[in-house]
Design a protein around this ligand. Structure first.
Ligand code: 5GP
Ligand code: ZN
Length: 135
């Protein structure tokens, strides 16, 4: 897609630090890493978010995320790993070309992501949500 920075990065039209590439994806280092090694899986084709992604490519991205996380954990000797994928502005997405964050985590920090405030699920909310969401 014209004017999409991640299309240009994924397809090599703008040079970028690449740590993996195949026919469907490029994995690059995030320009503003949350931790040492923070990388992004980008599909070469343009999809705004997970809802636009074909099922087979979504499955391939999940398998690639697992493989990259294992490889990066081994190489970086990190202590944990976040695989994060944001959809929509309200969910923190800022670039509207599907991408998966690969974020190595270290015991010594920085302590970031997945620290959202939580409150107990009431019985009333539980029943209402099960009615609304059960497939
Ligand atoms: P989002 O908030 O959309 O889930 O994540 C977008 C990510 O893309 C951010 O972590 C940001 O640092 C990264 N990013 C934005 N523009 C560029 C760029 O031009 N090059 C690279 N390598 N990363 C980028
Ligand atoms: Zn794009």
């Amino acid at each position: 897609m014209a004017d999409c920075i991640f299309c240009m990065l994924a397809n090599g039209q703008i040079p970028t630090a690449t740590i993996y590439e195949d026919e469907d994806f490029r994995v690059i280092l995030d320009a503003n890493p949350a931790t040492r090694g923070h990388a992004l899986i980008l599909p070469k084709a343009h999809f705004a978010n997970v809802f636009e992604m074909p099922e087979d490519l979504t499955a391939k991205a999940a398998v690639l995320a697992k493989k990259m996380a294992a490889h990066m954990s081994e190489q970086l000797q990190c202590d944990g790993f976040n695989i994060v994928q944001n959809n929509g502005e309200a969910a923190g997405q800022t670039v509207f070309h599907y991408h998966v964050h690969l974020i190595p985590r270290y015991k010594d920090g920085p302590r970031i992501v997945a620290n959202w405030p939580q409150s107990p699920l009431t019985d009333e909310a539980k029943e209402e949500l099960v009615r609304e969401l059960k497939v």
